[in-house]
Design a protein around this ligand. Sequence first.
Ligand code: C5P
Length: 201
Amino acid sequence: MSFTVAIDGPAAAGKGTISREVAAHFGFAHLDTGLLYRATGRRTLDGTDPVEAARTLTPEDLEADDLRTPDVAQAASRVAAVPEVRAALVDFQRAFAMRAGGAVLDGRDIGTVICPDAQVKLYVTASDDIRADRRHKELTGKGMEISLEQVLEDLRQRDARDSAREAAPLKPAEDAVLLDTSEMSIDEAVASAIATIDSVR
Ligand code: C5P
């Protein structure tokens, strides 16, 4: 039987780290669904039509090494507002969620749209300042030159677009467990997520 953990929330709240560690702990497969939108957005930077880009996405597109840049993140959130782009990516995500042995999917609409029947739904948040600070450290740690103010501005713009769009907007599922990681270490946030999953397994 499949067991699905849906982890949603705004940018840089800690979803990625929590998802990876939770998947490793339980031996579940993990899909970072943001990568699908990043890879689609990246392909539109050279003028490819967004819907065409989503429909013809290849495994190689998901492995491009510049998917984490702020430009690609912004392109991702623009294409993510297009209903036909989202529709083109649904089947792949649902098939991943149903694989035997359990799966963790993280994104914006996993608990609300992609896997409304997920056994566990977490909505991970943190304050804007803390999210910006974490993302700034991550980007500058990779050698990128970008100010904290710019990172904060990028996150706010993306969250506003992701929350305001009509197609699968960013919001907690009604039955999601909220996890605010503002005052938590990574280990504490992961432990809390594991405890929530253990309580329903
Ligand atoms: O999670 P990440 O920051 O990599 O996602 C990049 C963008 O992809 C988000 O800002 C959002 O617009 C979009 N996205 C989405 N639905 C998902 C995952 C990501 O709309 N399930």
